[in-house]
Design a protein around this ligand. Structure first.
Ligand code: BT5
Length: 313
């Protein structure tokens, strides 16, 4: 979308404007104006055509840069915003390009959405939020676990006020509603010595997805729409999520992240099993660095690996 498209959009936003007037304002022919209107419609904008001219009825549901720029209130996250209609994976793109601090890469659809350990992330076009945030700042390696917990925490904080249902955090970083997963996080880092110098935070949030989109995982996966019974504005939620992540990162050192997460930790106090390790016990909480404390027959064990799955016994 170029400057001329943007002028046309601004003009027709709250009034009907004739093709002739738009042609004069933009310096292009009336036929060229009509072609631009068609292009905007292809991008998802709903425009009324009448004998008096054109008028915008509804903005596009797609998260185009022009839409995000006018709505987003952040200092650095998303200031550089890269949009794809379709891509293999936003994490692959963010990792293989040297992008500035705060860059957000979003795709309406991913053909190879990645989970952890080579697992797959189902992304359905226009239904969820699939994006990666590039953080190019230095953090001590000791903060790795806490930093990766910050993202699900911030997403929960951003979304909770829109919902009737309670959001739970499943350690290390999934978000659940009613015992089903609606958001997943793939935190990839670049480490040099004792420092983290780049984080690619890949975030997938099911917003308006329908049960049939989840295929064989429909019993364990859910979306905000499925749980709340209504459709959500992805743009509003996306901006709120980016704003809350930025705020949480800015307050990283003063935020009592462990305590905050423990309040909404899934299965806290219940018997759980760490699948890969064959460990069973009662989930008692987190230690100061974000490790999971489990009371087993042999005493309290703390698990630090971010790759462990936790299941209800
Ligand atoms: C995750 O992995 O949950 C990390 C998901 C990260 C996705 C984002 S989207 C933007 C960015 N670009 C990418 O390519 N990835 C990131 P893990 O904890 O390994 O969970 C994967 C498992 O979750 C799968 O094996 C399925 O069982 C389940 N799953 C897959 N798609 C799902 C979905 N849409 N909703 C809920 N569960 C899903």
């Amino acid at each position: 979308m170029d400057k001329i498209d943007q002028i046309i959009l601004e003009q027709i936003e709250d009034k009907t404007v004739s093709g002739e007037k738009l042609s004069k304002l933009t310096g292009i022919s009336r036929v060229a104006v009509w072609k631009r209107i068609k292009k905007l419609e292809d991008l998802g904008y709903r425009i009324k055509h009448s004998s008096e001219g054109y008028r915008l009825i509804e903005r596009t549901p797609y998260l185009l840069p022009v839409e995000i720029k006018r709505a987003l209130k952040t200092g650095y996250i998303g200031k550089n915003y890269i949009f794809f209609d379709q891509i293999d994976s936003t994490n692959i793109f963010a990792k293989s390009n040297d992008l500035p601090d705060g860059t957000v890469v979003l795709a309406e659809n991913q053909t190879k959405g990645k989970g952890r350990k080579g697992r797959r992330w189902i992304s359905s076009k226009g239904k969820g939020l699939y994006f990666s945030i590039v953080i190019k700042r230095n953090y001590p390696l000791n903060d790795l676990m806490k930093l990766s917990l910050l993202f699900p925490y911030a997403v929960k904080e951003a979304i909770k006020d829109y919902l009737e249902n309670q959001i739970k955090i499943k350690w290390p970083n999934d978000l659940y509603i009613n015992n089903r997963k609606f958001a997943g996080f793939l935190i990839e880092t670049e480490i040099e010595g004792n420092e983290i110098n780049r984080i690619i935070a890949g975030i997938g949030i099911n917003i308006n997805n329908e049960p049939e989109e989840f295929g064989d995982i429909k019993d364990t996966a859910t979306s905000l729409k499925i749980e709340e019974g209504k459709t959500f504005c992805r743009k509003e939620i996306f901006c709120k999520v980016l704003e809350t992540i930025e705020k949480s990162l800015n307050n990283f050192n003063s935020l009592d992240l462990i305590n905050e997460i423990e309040k909404d930790l899934l299965w806290k106090g219940e018997n759980i099993r760490i699948l890969d390790e064959g460990i069973e016990g009662k989930l008692i909480g987190l230690d100061s660095s974000g490790g999971l404390k489990v009371l087993t027959e042999k005493g309290v064990l703390t698990i630090y690996s971010g790759d462990i799955s936790v299941r209800k016994v």
